[in-house]
Design a protein around this ligand. Structure first.
Ligand SMILES: [Zn+2]
Length: 379
């Protein structure tokens, strides 16, 4: 007898049912077109050892089978026996069809397994991680931007030289894009560490790091939205000229970036699936046209940062050109209105759990900071 559930932090999956002997099905819970691919559910075996197949279907409410399937094939992660980590399921156990995927599994008597297509990084674990850093390192402080629509603190850490240029780093706007959150956590760890480069950066810059910008979405295992149904990436919705975003988290992030001087904005996202036109590790990046920057010295900094993304990170591994930011994103509006440069990087979760996400995130951060420091100093 198998019992399915998704009622835990970062869980996603609905309408679990048995369709024949040893064959089960469920649907993902999507938010909008394309953002309807994530699942994370648990199976408990209360009977004898069993082999079985689970069909995971697109969300009929969103009704975007193509958008769903565009994220596959990808790595399917299953928990290890102790439930503490995930490992990649062998590709021969996963099949991608037109509107659903099939996963073949084996589960021993009395055992439990979690199955997902994106190794989760939960809000509660991330809050504990930040609190432990503050306790352990003694060179950083916890801060909160305020509370989300669902009344959760948007937590971050602050470290470095308060009178130096101010660097903001964030992830988790799209809540289940966990590799970005893993990357941001690694940056928080790195920048408060005893590594000489970290110490030298702390002496010169102020860093504020928020790994989970959308806590309610994270806890609910949502692909895209906040509790209010807002996409925090396309945060200005259909009016990019609006004075400020009108959602709760949207406003908090906007004020964070604009009420004090901000010198650099670093944002991590993620997507899934290996594509036919790409090379490992299938990462990606976004930019705005250089002439969006009215301030010429900031435009020069931005160009050098874009060169860095292209030449010194894995960003071009999916496509040789960056995607262009939407007009209604923070990146575009911060560039247009305040000439604030950014680095925006997408880690592919098909090739990254916590370790690879950390590694690729740190590569972006180190190289971006080296370029930024040099260009700031030498103009
Ligand atoms: Zn995203």
């Amino acid at each position: 007898m198998l019992k399915f559930s998704s009622t835990f932090e970062c869980g996603n999956g609905k309408n679990f049912c048995q369709i024949s002997e040893n064959r089960y099905r469920c649907e993902v819970v999507g938010d909008k077109k394309v953002y309807c691919y994530y699942f994370c559910f648990e199976v408990e075996n209360t009977g004898g050892d069993t082999s079985f197949t689970v069909e995971v279907w697109h969300d009929p409410v969103v009704n975007d089978p193509e958008g769903f399937i565009s994220h596959f094939p990808t790595t399917i992660w299953v928990t290890t026996d102790d439930g503490k980590r995930f490992h990649a399921l062998e590709q021969t156990c996963c099949h991608t069809l037109d509107d659903h995927i099939e996963i073949s599994l084996f589960l021993k008597q009395g055992k439990k397994l979690r199955i997902t297509n994106n190794w989760p990084c939960t809000y509660s674990d991330t809050c504990n991680f930040l609190k432990n850093l503050v306790k352990d390192r003694k060179n950083c402080k916890l801060f909160s931007l305020g509370t989300s629509a669902g009344n959760r603190e948007i937590l971050g850490i602050k470290t470095g030289n308060a009178s130096g240029p101010r660097i903001l780093c964030l992830a988790g706007q799209h809540p289940v894009e966990f590799p970005g959150i893993w990357a941001c956590r690694a940056i928080a760890d790195f920048i408060t560490s005893g590594i000489p480069l970290a110490e030298s950066l702390r002496n010169k810059f102020l860093f504020e790091i928020i790994p989970v910008a959308n806590p309610d979405g994270n806890v609910a295992g949502r692909n895209c939205f906040t509790d209010e149904g807002i996409d925090l990436y396309q945060v200005f919705g259909d009016n990019p000229d609006r004075k400020q975003p009108d959602s709760i988290e949207g406003k908090l992030l906007w004020r964070w970036a604009t009420e004090q001087r901000t010198d650099l904005w670093i944002n991590f996202h993620c997507y899934l699936g290996w594509r036919t036109n790409s090379e490992f590790p299938y990462d990606g990046w976004y930019q705005v046209p250089y002439d969006v920057f009215k301030d010429h010295s900031k435009r020069k900094i931005y160009r050098a940062l874009c060169d860095t993304m292209r030449l010194l990170t894995d960003a071009p591994s999916t496509s040789t050109e960056p995607d262009t930011h939407w007009l209604n994103s923070y990146e575009y509006q911060l560039a247009r209105r305040f000439s604030i440069p950014h680095a925006f990087y997408e880690i592919n979760g098909a090739t990254a759990g916590p370790f690879q996400s950390a590694k690729r995130g740190l590569k972006v951060f180190r190289n971006i900071m080296k370029t930024f420091e040099h260009v700031m100093k030498n103009g």
